[in-house]
Design a protein around this ligand. Sequence first.
Ligand code: CMP
Length: 142
Amino acid sequence: MSIERTLSIVKPNAVKKNVIGDIFARFEEEGLKIVALKMIKLSFKKAKDFYREHEEKPFYRNLCEFMSSGPICVQVLEGEDAISRNRSIMGATNPAEAESGSIRAKYGDSLDENGVHGSDSLKSATREIKFFFESHEIYCRD
Ligand code: CMP
């Protein structure tokens, strides 16, 4: 096991439901620390850039429109195996298939509007953290 950092996003539908605090509580209950945090509204162009690996997928345009439709919270989570642990706290991508008690089972509305995003690998985490945060915006919480 190693200490990792991962990028987490509370998506527009979850921000609208006013459950940011509940989602953050889940991270903290599981021992993950928020070491960087901001609320922003993505432009359509910036959403397209963030999700560029999905450019060829049929859901790409809808996803980018949704992600730029309202404010989101972006945060860096730190902890042992943070990348895979965050993915299990979130649950399966499709809320209909997400494990009961997971964030997506609780707050996801559909595959497109699934409440939260989390990096899926070390490579993605490194790119995604850099996409939103300068190194001086990430804090040491030890
Ligand atoms: P996210 O973890 O943000 O990564 C890409 C997003 O694309 C995913 O969550 C879903 O919200 C969305 N998406 C829409 N359709 C699909 C699909 N068929 N497969 C995977 N992701 C999809």
